[in-house]
Design a protein. Structure first.
Length: 525
């Protein structure tokens, strides 16, 4: 692996220590061969498929897909509920992280409700945070019709010293994580993008609210997303969580009743009531919201990206596609990445575009808005060079509204929360759009698997560009500049222009970046 850091001598000792508690950290083997399963083969025959067929304009070619941007958190939540409630055959859910808070609990409740009415549910979660999120995965697996698998699992199923030792001992494997995000109903409709499942992604009660972006897909591109899900689900890296056995199994009905009671309590809260007020899927099907019909294709890393021993120099397929699209850009490039660490190669690529006359604009997090300060250290070292060579950089403020393209007004639920950018999108020449889970950083390139869609649509591109302009033309961002006095952070509101000459962040955050940043290898940021 490029620039990887290994600890072979120490790893043997640590693995022996971890083995005493969890077993040495190689990829765990299933106790019995797993039966492969696949997405529903006849999506057009489902009620959802027939409904989508009625939406398609007569002028739209058969190979075009329906697309709808989800820039607001509440709408993004409601769209997932809308697809789940319309599923009659299958519901496939793939995420890097799922949280046991209000929105995460409600969405897991939708999975249970779907399984109860006969829908086959497959839930695939990356295992990095699965055990520490408060989720009772075994309880979900006990529901008839639901199968749960964790991707690239740890040997131990609980957080603690044993898991830390295991991570250090087998870092080459365990540092690789499934970052894909997909919510797929009947192989007809899907939602992909930057959001995981939890309050901070859906404008819910949280210390941080992410400004994020998803896209709802209908039709052919959804089948490509489903095929990607099948490859990950049926791979050796996805192992099942078993339903409880013995005495614990006897408590399943009681625990499910308690879970249902918690859902009812959440629905009665202010946030639960707010979530009910949005129903974008019904509005789409009723023709009240505009669907973009365009050529779209899934761009996804192959599962072989995790096979370090077989392919030590595996490169991201998603990155390759992004790089090809960037090099082909002739007029304008818009990039949105919360974790923006371009590296020497990415910096040269962006500089080369500007030299060719391409207008390059980038939106990322400010140090005060990012949830991972060390990543900012990786970005900051390239910031002066990018600005000096004509790349326009914007940094989101922590006081910005949590919804992409939203008005300045915030709900009471999000007031007091810090905003942080989490959307990932590229727009090339105001025509080609790439939206998904990938950041412009080494971790997405070399360690994470990613899922995106590539769309050829001036209409969708215009929507993304307009949302970008609404964010960057107000006091929600700092516009970066560089002159003889060094870096400058510029912000404009209705009355005046503010210019700062030092990083707008707390003393502690600045110290983290200054002293710890140089110690963190870029590949691990």
């Amino acid at each position: 692996m490029k620039n990887s850091v290994t600890f072979r001598p120490v790893a043997l000792l640590l693995c022996a220590m971890a083995a005493a508690m969890t077993g040495c950290s190689t990829l765990p083997e299933p106790k019995e061969p797993l039966t492969p399963s696949y997405s529903f083969a006849s999506p057009d025959a489902t009620p959802l498929g027939k409904q989508v067929a009625t939406m398609r304009p007569r002028t739209a070619a058969a190979g075009l897909s329906g697309l709808f941007l989800l820039g607001q958190g509440v709408e993004a939540f409601a769209a997932r509920v809308g697809l789940a409630q319309r599923a009659t055959r299958t519901l496939d859910v793939q995420y890097y992280a799922v949280f046991a808070d209000e929105s995460g609990t409600l969405l897991l409740g939708e999975l249970i409700e779907a399984a109860t009415r006969g829908v086959r549910v497959r839930l695939l979660i990356d295992d990095l945070d699965a055990s520490g999120s408060g989720l009772d995965l075994a309880l979900l697996a006990a529901v008839p019709g639901i199968e749960v698998r964790v991707f690239n699992p740890f040997a131990g199923r609980s957080f603690g010293p044993a898991r830390l030792l295991e991570f250090i001992a087998d870092g080459e494997r365990l540092n690789r994580r499934m970052h894909n995000k997909a919510w797929i109903a009947d192989n007809v409709g899907a939602i992909i993008g930057g959001r995981n499942l939890g309050n901070k992604y859906f404008s819910g009660p949280s210390e941080t609210n992410f400004a994020d972006l998803d896209v709802l897909t209908l039709g052919p591109v959804t089948r490509e997303i489903s095929r990607s899900f099948d490859r990950y689900w049926n791979s050796e890296w996805a192992l099942p969580i078993k339903a409880p056995e013995g005495a614990r199994k006897d408590t399943v009905p009681t625990r499910l009743t308690e879970f249902a009671g918690r859902i009812e309590q959440i629905k009665a809260t202010e946030y639960g009531i707010l979530l009910k007020k949005s129903d974008p899927v019904s509005e789409l099907f009723a023709g009240k919201r505009a669907t973009v019909w365009a050529t779209a294709h899934a761009v996804v890393d192959p599962v072989s990206k995790f096979d370090a021993d077989k392919s030590p120099e595996v490169e991201s397929y998603v990155l390759t596609e992004v790089a090809e699209q960037l090099r082909a850009t002739r007029q304008s490039l818009l990039a949105v990445s919360p974790y923006f660490v371009p590296g020497a190669g990415g910096t040269d690529l962006l500089k080369g575009l500007v030299e060719r006359g391409v207008k390059v604009r980038v939106l990322t997090n400010s140090l005060s808005a990012t949830d991972v300060p060390l990543v900012h250290a990786g970005y900051a070292k390239y910031r002066p060079e990018l600005i000096k060579h004509g790349v326009t950089l914007y940094e989101l403020k922590p006081t910005a509204p949590p919804d992409i393209g939203a008005s300045r007004r915030q709900t009471a639920l999000s007031s007091g929360s810090q905003a942080s950018l989490h959307a990932k999108a590229f727009v090339m020449d105001q025509r080609t759009v790439l939206i998904g889970s990938m950041n412009f950083d080494p971790r997405s390139t070399w360690y994470n698997s990613e899922l995106s869609i590539l769309v050829d649509s001036p209409e969708l591109a215009t929507q993304v560009v307009q949302a970008f302009d609404r964010v960057t033309s107000t006091d929600r961002v700092w516009k970066m500049a560089y002159d003889e006095n060094g870096l400058a952070w510029q912000s404009a509101d209705a009355t005046e222009v503010t210019v700062l000459r030092s990083e707008p962040a707390t003393f502690w955050r600045r110290m983290q970046v200054e002293f710890l940043g140089p110690l963190a290898p870029e590949d691990f940021m």
